[in-house]
Design a protein around this ligand. Sequence first.
Ligand SMILES: Cc1cc2nc3c(=O)[nH]c(=O)nc-3n(C[C@H](O)[C@H](O)[C@H](O)COP(=O)(O)OP(=O)(O)OC[C@H]3O[C@@H](n4cnc5c(N)ncnc54)[C@H](O)[C@@H]3O)c2cc1C
Length: 259
Amino acid sequence: MHIFREAKVTLLARQEYLGAPHIRWESDTDVPGQELAEFAGRLCYLSFGADAGLEGGHRLIAGRTTNREYLDNIRTVRHGSVLEHAVWSFLFEGVSRALTHELVRHRHFSYSQLSQRYVDESEVAFVLPPEIEEGSEAFEIWRRSCERALDDYRALLSRIEAQVEDEPKATMRRKRARQTARSVLPNATETKIVVTGNARAWRHFLELRGSASAEAEIRTLALAVLDVLRQEAPHLFGDYRVVEQPNGLRVIETDYPGV
Ligand SMILES: Cc1cc2nc3c(=O)[nH]c(=O)nc-3n(C[C@H](O)[C@H](O)[C@H](O)COP(=O)(O)OP(=O)(O)OC[C@H]3O[C@@H](n4cnc5c(N)ncnc54)[C@H](O)[C@@H]3O)c2cc1C
């Protein structure tokens, strides 16, 4: 039985910023998400500078100078919709179905998840909950239970395959058997999911799932996502701190929650 001990977090995609060639304005950042958010924010007040050359009779203003200063202010005044222009996609592997059940409650992300109806789970792996120490009695109970579930899945799969053998379409036959057999797989069953979200949605996820009251596996995932996003876009995620509590729990904190 294969066991995942931690999630594998892969950044799949980030944006490209093309800019508006007819507007004479440049950001001092070369991070596309940060540039795009700044551009969108500046459009609201036409703060591209007096010589930006926009068509129309509006008066242009200068506004703040650096991207960092600009996005800091966006957070301060809670102009959060500007952050929705910056988008990142992740692949999460080695996460449990329990985790993804919580993850997909976040309605501003887009998801594509491994299908247990199409994919044969006879050799599926399981995700060890962070609270269970390997070698402990709890670990043995957990391991036995996963192994039993897997045995039951395989047994059930072959019975249902036999039961639906008169189904003319092979794909449908397999789907009917797998969608039924999966009902005995536990929350710890490993899954894979692609998640796309904008900076505002990722911030909300980090704050909720990085908090002390979040479930342990998803909190660990939130910390790993924060590591990536802080490097990707320090002006959008650099206000987050990872704080170790007296009980050893590492949690995510910010002075700008709910932007
Ligand atoms: C510690 C913890 C314990 C939890 N326990 C439970 C539980 O026991 N049972 C349970 O069912 N869930 C539970 N949840 C899940 C929780 O209720 C949310 O579904 C989940 O955290 C997604 O966050 P969100 O609702 O803020 O929305 P998201 O979908 O992430 O949306 C972000 C924000 O957009 C706004 N928004 C989105 N959709 C709407 C809408 N339709 N109307 C108005 N505003 C909207 C809200 O301001 C929302 O905060 C728990 C979550 C946490 C972090």
